[in-house]
Design a protein around this ligand. Structure first.
Ligand SMILES: NC(=O)c1ccc[n+]([C@@H]2O[C@H](COP(=O)([O-])OP(=O)(O)OC[C@H]3O[C@@H](n4cnc5c(N)ncnc54)[C@H](O)[C@@H]3O)[C@@H](O)[C@H]2O)c1
Length: 248
């Protein structure tokens, strides 16, 4: 899949799935704005891309803050050019039973995943529509489709919101040449799942039941994303692709 000449804006690009997507798009020729809350993580990925001969900048931004997203987009435009690919991968996760789920925790979950995705789309989609070509990929989760299990109500709700946003924007932007799709990964081996406070043995149990009998890797998701942002995927919009190892 060739992405030469494209400019990509990847949120959560400093780690895990976002990092794999940033590296994969860069290796196929895209210039990448690696956007992450953690400046050091974003810089490490941008440096890795540059070391491999690619073009990348690191941008520190909290995707839940409109001002920060606007500033990040402005930097990407000024230093790389106008992005025609947006990947929203920034995310957080935690297990919180409903009885003790704090209002602030719920609000933060919605703010990072759903509002953050909305803000980046609002910032970058108009120029894509204006140019008549764009690709937006929003990282949701199988939790949006199956609830995710006990303790993930806030996460599942935020990720389900991302799917609704995706499908509506696909309808709005399709006539302007911009596709909008979601990826709903299953269990992927990243720092996110290791730090989420999952019940003991949960992940082993999930993997034991998977037809492919292994945990997913960030590249399993990056491969799907590389397709969705390609020219070839122009007929694919408003879809939810789920690399999940065959989970029921
Ligand atoms: N790992 C999984 O099993 C899995 C499964 C389904 C969906 N997802 C989703 O995939 C996406 C990437 O997750 P990951 O597993 O790679 O996790 P990760 O923790 O490795 O990466 C997430 C990145 O997002 C950044 N981030 C967090 N809050 C941010 C904010 N407010 N603004 C900007 N950046 C922020 C973090 O600093 C981190 O670098 C998330 O949206 C996650 O919900 C992950």
């Amino acid at each position: 899949m060739e992405h030469a000449g494209r400019i990509a804006f990847v949120t959560g690009g400093g780690s895990g799935i976002g990092r794999a997507i940033a590296l994969r798009l860069a290796s196929a020729g895209a210039a990448v704005a690696v956007v992450d809350l953690h400046a050091g993580a974003a810089e490490a990925v941008a440096a890795e891309i540059r070391a491999g001969g690619g073009r990348a900048i690191a941008v520190a931004a909290d995707v839940s803050a409109a001002r920060a997203v606007a500033d990040a987009a402005a930097r990407a435009r000024a230093e790389l050019g106008t992005p025609s690919i947006l990947v929203n991968s920034a995310g957080i996760a935690a297990f919180d039973p409903i009885a003790t789920l704090a209002e602030e925790t719920f609000d933060r979950m919605i703010a990072v995943h759903l509002k953050g995705t909305f803000l980046a789309c609002r910032e970058l989609a108009p120029a894509m529509a204006e140019a008549g070509w764009g690709r937006i990929v929003n990282v949701s989760s199988t939790a949006a489709l199956n609830g995710g299990g006990p303790g993930l109500s806030h996460y599942a709700a935020a990720k389900a919101g991302v799917i609704g946003l995706t499908k509506s924007l696909a309808q709005e932007l399709g006539p302007r040449g911009v596709t909008v799709n979601a990826i709903a990964p299953g269990l992927i081996d990243t720092p996110l799942i290791r730090g989420a406070g999952a019940p003991e043995g949960l992940y082993d149990e999930v993997v034991r039941r998977l037809p492919v009998r292994r945990i997913g890797q960030p590249d399993d998701v990056a491969a799907a994303c590389a397709y969705l942002v390609s020219d070839e995927a122009g007929f694919c919009t408003g879809q939810v692709i789920s690399p999940n190892g065959g989970a029921a």
